[in-house]
Design a protein around this ligand. Structure first.
Ligand code: DGY
Length: 311
């Protein structure tokens, strides 16, 4: 039977199988495997992961393609313009992973600020000698400014979280400087990037990776942060100059970094593993059962709608 839906991986929950029964046949085959490449020639809908960069050449090899779905909110790995030209619907999963991702950014911030991995390692090592006045002192957050790059749902959800800690959120976004962002319990100023960087004890990235944001936090930008500032990235690694970030952490100029994402992941720059004051997670932003099931439902509903439309 003809393959109508070609996915590179099972998803969490029953949604993909349900979609496959509605629009048989579903094939799950690893991205770029010979089986995947062969099924591409007849597939009407694709499901890919954020780590699977689909190209314009892939689209050219898929004459029957009507929809591309990614199991992520980010779409930077998709050939959006080519999809648009061909009238191929692009489906992603905005909204349903907002809280999960903002929670993880908060977890990273607290873990970096309060040195949780070091404390945990000390206890596990069996060498802990007991409470001591100066042991593993961290950084307080209340009363400090938190610069948030991106004022979309995740940036605003993160603002609510740091506001609850007593921090003062400020935003940069692609709208440009001026005005305020309403994040629910309060409003925060939208600043020019240099202004935000100069006053933020913490910055957290919540903007998509686009031509405008690639390399946004380059070395000169990172050097504008106050000494001891903390950097949290749950967005995309390529928004930051990782080499500059590592240099500034190595030099003790920045206080710490909590990272969930990396340029070229999962192939990490090996220097990361030796960089002090960095907490490294394996892209867990949306990794809750609730979020991943909701993402699968949203993605499969979107693909079903696209496949149900008359040609
Ligand atoms: C996404 O879905 O794009 C996020 O990176 C998940 O963490």
């Amino acid at each position: 039977m003809t393959i109508r839906i070609l996915a590179t991986s099972p998803l969490v929950g029953p949604a993909l199988d349900t979609l496959g029964s509605r629009f048989p046949q579903l094939l799950v085959a690893p991205f770029r495997s010979p089986e995947w490449a062969s099924a591409l020639t007849e597939a009407e809908a694709l499901v890919v992961l954020l780590s699977e960069p689909l190209t314009e050449q892939d689209l050219a090899a898929a004459p029957a393609l009507r929809a591309v779905g990614t199991y992520s909110v980010g779409v930077n790995h998709l050939p959006l313009e080519a999809c648009d030209r061909r009238g191929i619907t692009v489906v992603s999963t905005p909204g349903v992973l907002t809280d999960a991702t903002a929670d993880l950014a908060l977890a990273l911030l607290l873990a970096v600020a309060r040195r949780l991995p070091e404390g945990e390692a000390l206890v596990r090592s069996g060498t802990w000698q007991g409470w001591a006045p100066g042991q593993l002192l961290g950084t307080g957050l209340a009363g400090k400014t938190c610069g948030i790059l991106g004022s979309g749902p995740i940036g605003r959800a993160f603002a609510r979280r740091v506001w609850a800690l007593g921090m003062h959120p400020v935003f940069w976004d692609r709208e440009g400087e001026g005005g305020e962002v309403d994040f629910g319990p309060g409003r925060a100023p939208r600043l020019a990037l240099p202004d935000l960087l100069g006053r933020s004890a913490v910055i957290s990235l919540h903007c998509p990776l686009t031509d405008q944001t690639r390399g946004l936090l380059d070395r000169p930008a990172l050097e504008q942060l106050p000494a001891g500032a903390l950097v949290v990235n749950t967005a995309r690694g390529s928004i930051v100059d990782e080499g500059a970030l590592m240099d500034l952490l190595d030099a003790g100029r920045l206080g710490g970094a909590g990272l969930d994402v990396y340029a070229g992941e999962p192939a990490l720059d090996p220097r990361w593993r030796r960089t002090p004051r960095a907490i490294l997670l394996p892209h867990l932003g949306s990794a809750t059962v609730e979020a991943r099931e909701a993402m699968a439902r949203m993605l499969c509903d979107g693909l079903a709608a696209a496949l149900s439309r008359p040609r």
